[in-house]
Design a binder for this molecule. Structure first.
Ligand code: CA
Length: 220
């Protein structure tokens, strides 16, 4: 998933970011509410992890503005504020989940998986398309029930395509979904991943519309 981490504690932010990267997520970091707002206006994210005690304003003020504007990014509030009132307020203002510090990384990962599943149909942890089955928890692909090993980026790319078979994605859209702003990205990274994926998938599953982009054939 593409995640925006809004956290002003630099040491904590670095730790969380490193852990999320190891899990295969693309992560951008903002240390202030203003920086978060700036990047949210320009880039699409699946989830924002939001600290509330930010140097320039309360994270809840940012959340309120986003929701008023119709921004539907999933928001996981991550804060030391642990009173019932704070939790209720955070959720009522549009937070999707609330985790208090200190926390265990495993719990953060599990809650992110819940937010991820919620986006897929019926909240399933499996994505099935013809002979393909993707286990979204273990990041394992099966073709005709045989496990097929994919690199993390390959799995993430296939997932984007498989969630809306037939929909054509431009290279720029795929890049936005898969990479953070500071992620090293060669100009042909998407093409390379597509090339490698095609070698592992049934023929003609990933189709190309010349000059437009890629899509997954729904007929598999
Ligand atoms: Ca803080």
């Amino acid at each position: 998933m593409r995640i925006l981490l809004v956290e002003d504690n630099r040491v904590l932010a670095q730790g969380i970011k490193a852990a999320l990267l190891r899990e295969g997520h693309a992560v951008d970091h903002a240390a202030t509410s203003a920086a978060a707002e700036h990047i949210l206006a320009a880039e699409p994210f699946d989830v924002m992890i939001l600290d509330l005690g930010l140097p320039d304003e309360d994270g809840l003020a940012l959340l309120r503005r986003l929701r008023q504007r119709g921004n539907t990014v999933a928001v996981l509030i991550l804060t030391a504020r642990d009173s019932l009132d704070d939790k209720v307020r955070g959720l009522d203002l549009g937070g999707d989940d609330y985790l208090t510090k200190p926390f265990e990384q495993q719990e953060l990962f599990a809650r992110l998986r819940v937010l991820e599943r919620r986006k897929t149909a019926a909240g399933s942890s499996q994505l099935t398309l013809g002979a393909l089955r993707m286990d979204l928890n273990t990041h394992q692909l099966y073709i005709d029930d045989q496990p097929v090993t994919l690199a993390r980026r390959e799995f993430a790319l296939l997932r984007v395509l498989a969630e809306q078979p037939g929909r054509v994605y431009s290279r720029e859209e795929l890049e936005q979904k898969l990479y953070s702003l500071d992620g090293a990205l060669s100009s042909n990274a998407i093409e390379v991943h597509i090339h490698n994926l095609r070698k592992k998938l049934p023929e003609q599953l990933i189709r190309n519309v010349r000059g437009v982009g890629y899509y997954l054939s729904a007929e598999s």
